[in-house]
Design a protein around this ligand. Structure first.
Ligand SMILES: [Zn+2]
Length: 191
């Protein structure tokens, strides 16, 4: 089997993918329409070079409302003149790899931490049981990495007694979207 040689830096997840702004799709759309420059990264996540060019937008599903009228939501893309690779940037209201928004995921996690069962939580939020279970298992699996990086930035989180306590304190301090944006900023792959 032919394996393409890749440098380590290219194997790293794209850093700084999430921009620390725009909590709603409406805010995001207005920002994109006025100027995609508000999304421009300072440097290329692949080679570190500066001066990235706006490279249009691609559309993705992100509006889970009944009519989904904001879909497809434009996502800003940038091109690096040095390495010619592209990168995209997301607002706080869009998850990189999940269609559901962070705020709903946060409510689900908080109810689970409060002791509700997976099935009960799925019913409360009208979600599939397997979706809720996948989110929970994903958080449990990533907890060690997430906690390590968040604690190195927010020392007070290190005083948490256990995993559930950590997320209670963390989500009291900042919304899930912000915690995930900080992890993304540190080069950690987030859902
Ligand atoms: Zn580059």
């Amino acid at each position: 089997m032919f394996l393409r040689r890749r440098t380590n830096i290219k194997n790293r997840p794209a850093m700084h993918r999430i921009v620390f702004a725009f909590l709603t799709l409406e805010q995001h759309r207005r920002a994109i329409e006025s100027s995609c420059a508000s999304y421009r990264p300072d440097r290329c996540p692949h080679c570190g070079s500066g001066c990235l060019w706006c490279h249009g937008c691609y559309g993705r599903k992100a509006d889970r409302s009944a009519d989904g009228e904001l879909n497809p939501v434009p996502v800003a893309r940038f091109r690096c003149p040095s390495c010619t690779r592209t990168c995209s940037r997301l607002p706080l209201c869009i998850c990189p790899r999940r269609w559901y928004g962070w705020s709903l995921q946060q409510k689900v996690l908080q109810l689970l931490i409060a002791g509700a069962s997976l099935r009960r939580t799925a019913t409360v939020f009208a979600l599939g049981y397997h979706t809720v279970r996948r989110w929970w298992r994903s958080l449990v699996a990533a907890h060690g990495t997430f906690a390590f990086h968040l604690c190195s930035r927010f020392a007070e989180l290190g005083r948490s007694a256990d995993r559930d306590d950590f997320w209670l304190v963390c989500l009291h301090r900042m919304p899930l979207c912000e915690a995930m944006a900080w992890l993304d900023h540190d080069g950690i792959a987030v859902p």
